[in-house]
Every structure is written in structure tokens, then in C-alpha cells.
Design a protein around this ligand. Structure first.
Ligand SMILES: *[C@@H]1O[C@H](CO)[C@@H](O)[C@H](O)[C@H]1NC(C)=O
Ligand SMILES: *[C@@H]1O[C@H](CO)[C@@H](O)[C@H](O)[C@H]1NC(C)=O
Ligand SMILES: *[C@@H]1O[C@H](CO)[C@@H](O)[C@H](O)[C@H]1NC(C)=O
Ligand SMILES: *[C@@H]1O[C@H](CO)[C@@H](O)[C@H](O)[C@H]1NC(C)=O
Ligand SMILES: *[C@@H]1O[C@H](CO)[C@@H](O)[C@H](O)[C@H]1NC(C)=O
Ligand SMILES: *[C@@H]1O[C@H](CO)[C@@H](O)[C@H](O)[C@H]1NC(C)=O
Ligand SMILES: *[C@@H]1O[C@H](CO)[C@@H](O)[C@H](O)[C@H]1NC(C)=O
Ligand SMILES: *[C@@H]1O[C@H](CO)[C@@H](O)[C@H](O)[C@H]1NC(C)=O
Ligand SMILES: *[C@@H]1O[C@H](CO)[C@@H](O)[C@H](O)[C@H]1NC(C)=O
Ligand SMILES: *[C@@H]1O[C@H](CO)[C@@H](O)[C@H](O)[C@H]1NC(C)=O
Ligand SMILES: *[C@@H]1O[C@H](CO)[C@@H](O)[C@H](O)[C@H]1NC(C)=O
Length: 433
């Protein structure tokens, strides 16, 4: 599987599993009540804002000065407070808009939620956005490595109510004050700076932790040294999710991770980590662990076996070496996803009578030594939807029971093994392979 595909699958999981559910608590319903009329001044401001944009696909066609479009609370992406009629939410996520941010947004003084991300805005982010002092949630960015830039994030420090800050593909190369600014946002709960070309910065000193930060995602940047761990730990003492995927992080992961006792998700996908994962370095609170696409070595059992809350585990494409036995899974009764693919040194030695403590949905064991026998324990897995045991040195007949034991199976790859006997006709099923 190429990194791109993996990455997509990965993002999907990340977004679906952890992120949306959490963010949803901040989002209000977008419906507006009959009878609400928006305020004239705010309507004018939105029209001015639209004027400075290029709306190639007509996504904002409900916005207009015509009489029948008068109530801007009914415009696409706009939500008004049902008591004050003020616009409180503007959600223009992914509408392919181009052009500049107009200063007219400042007229919408009670804006609490602003999402302009995944558009094609260019130029410098106007610092006057820092005057929208009631903002709880701010998302900005372009749809790719575009030319949206900010040379300093100091303007953000005026947003004292900010809970949720996301920048995607904003060029922050020159914004060396980003960390200093973050430390001033004491109400921040979610920080995501994705693909912003961030690299080494000196920690501001003295350095005050914001105890409210629970999600930190600094993925797709240029971080290369594991100094990032102590820095992040200083940012928050109650971290729930840490995403550092697709950076250039090297060396070993620090033992001090163990102290992050509230960490439920750790995503280090696609870096250059080496060495063994130190015994007991990973906090037992972990529910989601992705160490895939690195160069980790050593055994799996020692670092994973005690993570009894684990639901999603991916160690894909590393250099782990281990003989996996039943005992690895002794504590892993909540596991839903097991991805050990492409670790050539991993082989399985599991007795045919094993009754696992888990019910898996996703099993990816491609490129591991699973054979010579077809894994009999799969018979117990009633929830299985995705199974890849391709290229797994299996030399066996394909078992008859398999088709009945996993009624939810949607995606199967058993290629590059040595099966004999007759496979049933699958042409009417939905299998990909
Ligand atoms: C106003 O909206 C809030 C939640 O957004 C809702 O709980 C409340 O019932 C609404 N009030 C009216 C008068 O519709
Ligand atoms: C955005 O602003 C720049 C500089 O102020 C200007 O040259 C450009 O034409 C503006 N773009 C649009 C779409 O108005
Ligand atoms: C932003 O607020 C500052 C201070 O409150 C004020 O001086 C400045 O004029 C405001 N900027 C805009 C564009 O309204
Ligand atoms: C980002 O900004 C830096 C410094 O201004 C510049 O050298 C670099 O080319 C920019 N990157 C992109 C993709 O525009
Ligand atoms: C990333 O930042 C470095 C300097 O830190 C700069 O030389 C480089 O052009 C930037 N890359 C992009 C894609 O902006
Ligand atoms: C750190 O926090 C303490 C107590 O909240 C405060 O007195 C101090 O000024 C802060 N220091 C900095 C550098 O912000
Ligand atoms: C973390 O905080 C400690 C204590 O305040 C400080 O000594 C250390 O330098 C900080 N580390 C980083 C990387 O900011
Ligand atoms: C974990 O925290 C304890 C108490 O704060 C401290 O003594 C210990 O050195 C920390 N361990 C690591 C590995 O950072
Ligand atoms: C399972 O958890 C217990 C208690 O934390 C621990 O002693 C044991 O070593 C764990 N088993 C494995 C295989 O890690
Ligand atoms: C597999 O496990 C059995 C006992 O559980 C042991 O006797 C056998 O030597 C193991 N085989 C390998 C190749 O490790
Ligand atoms: C099935 O597995 C083989 C070998 O691992 C791989 O080359 C192939 O791309 C996979 N097929 C699909 C549809 O993923």
C-alpha cells in the first residue's frame, strides 16, 4: 500500500474516530428558526465580504441583496443567535472560495465560530481578525500548500475566548512566535497546526502551561527533534490526543510519555523514529496508537501488552521483530483494529484452539508470517469487516467455515499465499479482492 492511500485511510480514521465527535460538542445546529431576521449592518458586512471573493462555483448563491434573500440568517453557512439575531456562526469550510478576507467581517462582532478552511484564499491573514474578541472557534487555511501566510501570530493573543484553533496549509515559516502566542491562549482546548511548515522554535521562557489544552495536532510540519515532546508536555498537563504524524521526527520516543496519564490517542505515523519503544513508556490510558511508517525495532509484546484500553493499534511498516503468541493479547480485550502489516520480522505462533478476548473489525497482517496454516482464531471474529492476510506465508486450504463466521466482511485480501482447493464463487458479493 502506498503512503498516500494509507494516509487517506489514516486521516479518515482519525477524523471519524476522535476528532469530529469531540468538535461536535462545540458546534451548534445550523438550522435557523422561522421569523428570525438578521441585522442590517451584519447583512451588509457579509455582502461586502462576498464582494471581495471569487465564488467560482456559486456556493454562496443564497447570499444576495435581492428582496427574497433578505434574511441573511438563512444564507448558506450562516447561523444567527435565536434571541439576539446576531450572526454567531460562519461556516464556509471547503467552498473553493478565492481572493482576500475582507475587513468587513469585523462588523460581525458577536461571531463565535468562524471556519474558512479548505478554500483557496491567498495572501497574508489579516491581523484584524484578532478583533473578533468573542470567537470560540477559528479555522483558517487553504486546500493545499497555497500561499496563505501569517508572519506572526501575535494577533491571536487578543482572542481570549478561543477554545478551538485550526490552521491548515498556512505558511507559518516566519511566525516564530507561534508557541509564545499559544501559551497566552489560556482557554484553548484544541490546537491544530497542520502542514504549516513549522520547525524548531525556542520555547518562550518562562513558560506557563495552559491546563485546558487537550488536543494537540502538529502534523505535516518539519519537526525533526524529539525536543517536541517535553515542549508539548509543558503546554498541557492533561493532554488527551497528540498527533505528530508526517513530520521528520528522529531518535527514540521518550520514557516521559508514561507520565501523560490522560493521553488516549498518540499518532506518530510517518516519521523517522528508530530504536525500541521503551518498556512501559506508553501510558496505559492509550486507546488509539499509531506508530506506523517509522523504523521502530524490537518486540511488540513488551511495549503493547499492558495497554488494556487499546482499541486501535497500527504498527504497519516498521522493523519490529517478534513471535506473536496468545499472551500478547491477554490484556487487549477492547481491540477493534490490529495492523501489524509489513513488519518482516513478525511471525505468529498461535494454537488452533485459541479463543481471543477481542472482537476485531479491522485486521491487517500483510507481509507478516501468519502461516503455514490459515489463522483458525478468525473463526471467532464475528464483527470482522476488513481482512488483509496477503503475502503471509499461508499454505493451506481455504476453510469452508470462513464465509459464514464473518458475515460483515466487506474487504478481503488473501493474495500472494499458497491456497489450494476450490474457492467459492464470490461474484455476487461485494468483495474487493
Ligand atoms: C435557541 O437555541 C437554543 C440552542 O441553540 C435552544 O436551546 C433554544 O430552545 C432556542 N430558543 C428558541 C426560543 O428557539
Ligand atoms: C487581493 O488583494 C490584493 C492586494 O491588496 C489585490 O492585488 C488583489 O486583486 C485582491 N484580490 C481580489 C480577488 O480582490
Ligand atoms: C481592532 O481593535 C483595536 C483595539 O481595540 C483598534 O485600535 C483597531 O482599530 C481595531 N481594528 C479594526 C480594523 O477595527
Ligand atoms: C513560505 O514562506 C517562506 C518565507 O516567507 C518562503 O520562503 C516560502 O517560499 C513560502 N512557501 C510557500 C510554499 O510559499
Ligand atoms: C519551510 O521553511 C523553510 C525555513 O524554515 C523554508 O526555507 C522553506 O522554503 C519552507 N518550505 C515551504 C514549503 O514553505
Ligand atoms: C504564569 O502564571 C502565574 C500564575 O497564573 C502568573 O502569576 C505569571 O505571571 C505567569 N507567567 C507568565 C510568564 O505568564
Ligand atoms: C518545560 O518546563 C520546565 C519547567 O518549567 C522547564 O524547565 C523546561 O525547560 C521546559 N521544557 C521545554 C522544552 O519547554
Ligand atoms: C514522571 O513524573 C514524576 C513525578 O512528577 C517524576 O518524578 C518522574 O521523573 C517523571 N518521569 C519521567 C520519565 O519523566
Ligand atoms: C497484562 O497486564 C498486567 C497488569 O497490568 C501485566 O502485569 C501483564 O504483564 C500484562 N500482560 C502482558 C502480556 O503485557
Ligand atoms: C510455538 O509455540 C509452541 C508452544 O506454545 C512451542 O512449542 C513451539 O516451539 C513454538 N514454535 C515456534 C516456531 O516458536
Ligand atoms: C492485496 O495484497 C497484495 C499483496 O500484499 C497487494 O499487492 C495488493 O495491492 C492488495 N490488493 C488490494 C486491492 O489492496
Amino acid at each position: 500500500m502506498i503512503v498516500g492511500q494509507k494516509f487517506f485511510q489514516h486521516l479518515q480514521l482519525l477524523v471519524i474516530v476522535l476528532f469530529l465527535s469531540w468538535r461536535a460538542t462545540f458546534e451548534h445546529s445550523t438550522g435557523t428558526e422561522v421569523g428570525i431576521k438578521c441585522l442590517e449592518k451584519e447583512r451588509e458586512a457579509l455582502l461586502k465580504f462576498k464582494d471581495e471573493l471569487i465564488d467560482e462555483y456559486g456556493k454562496l448563491s443564497s447570499w444576495g441583496s435581492e428582496k427574497y434573500k433578505k434574511d441573511c440568517c438563512k444564507w448558506r453557512g450562516v447561523t444567527c443567535d435565536n434571541q439576539t439575531n446576531h450572526i454567531v456562526e460562519l461556516n464556509l469550510l471547503g467552498m473553493s472560495l478565492r481572493g482576500n478576507f475582507s475587513i468587513s467581517l469585523l462588523e460581525i462582532q458577536h461571531l463565535k465560530y468562524l471556519d474558512l478552511s479548505y478554500n483557496d484564499f491567498s495572501g497574508e491573514i489579516p491581523h484584524h481578525l484578532g478583533n473578533l474578541s468573542e470567537l470560540n472557534s477559528l479555522s483558517l487555511g487553504s486546500s493545499n500548500d497555497g500561499s496563505l501566510t501569517s508572519t506572526s501570530l501575535d494577533w491571536l493573543s487578543r482572542l481570549n475566548s478561543l477554545n478551538d484553533l485550526s490552521f491548515y496549509y498556512v505558511n507559518l515559516t516566519m511566525a516564530t512566535d507561534w508557541l509564545q502566542t499559544i501559551t497566552k491562549l489560556t482557554k484553548l482546548q484544541l490546537l491544530e497546526l497542520y502542514s504549516c511548515n513549522l520547525s524548531m522554535v525556542l520555547p518562550p521562557s518562562p513558560f506557563n502551561a495552559s491546563n485546558s489544552l487537550s488536543f494537540i495536532i502538529l502534523s505535516g510540519n518539519e519537526f525533526s527533534s524529539s525536543w517536541i515532546f517535553p515542549l508539548v508536555f509543558n503546554l498541557s498537563s492533561s493532554l488527551h490526543f497528540l498527533g505528530l504524524f508526517s513530520n521528520k521526527l528522529q531518535g527514540e520516543i521518550p520514557v516521559s510519555l508514561r507520565n501523560m496519564t490522560s493521553l488516549a490517542g498518540l499518532d506518530l505515523f510517518n516519521n523517522q523514529f528508530t530504536g525500541e519503544v521503551p518498556h512501559l513508556a506508553l501510558p496505559s490510558s492509550l486507546d488509539y496508537l499509531d506508530l506506523s511508517y517509522n523504523m521502530f525495532t524490537g518486540t511488540v509484546t513488551r511495549c503493547i501488552g499492558s495497554l488494556s484500553k487499546l482499541r486501535r493499534l497500527s504498527l504497519n511498516s516498521n522493523n519490529f521483530e517478534d513471535i506473536i503468541t496468545e499472551s500478547l493479547f491477554f490484556n487487549l480485550s477492547h481491540l477493534l483494529m490490529l495492523d501489524l502489516s509489513y513488519n518482516q520480522g513478525i511471525s505468529f505462533n498461535i494454537s488452533s484452539g485459541w479463543n481471543p478476548p477481542f472482537q476485531l473489525i479491522y485486521v491487517f497482517l500483510s507481509g507478516c508470517k501468519v502461516g503455514p496454516h490459515f489463522p483458525a482464531w478468525l473463526r471467532t471474529q464475528k464483527r470482522l469487516e476488513y481482512l488483509d492476510i496477503s503475502n503471509a506465508e499461508i499454505s493451506d486450504t481455504f476453510p469452508d467455515w470462513f464465509w459464514k463466521s464473518s458475515p460483515k466482511l466487506r474487504n478481503l485480501n488473501v493474495s500472494h499465499n499458497n491456497f489450494h482447493g476450490v474457492l467459492p464463487d464470490l461474484s455476487s458479493s461485494g468483495f474487493v479482492e
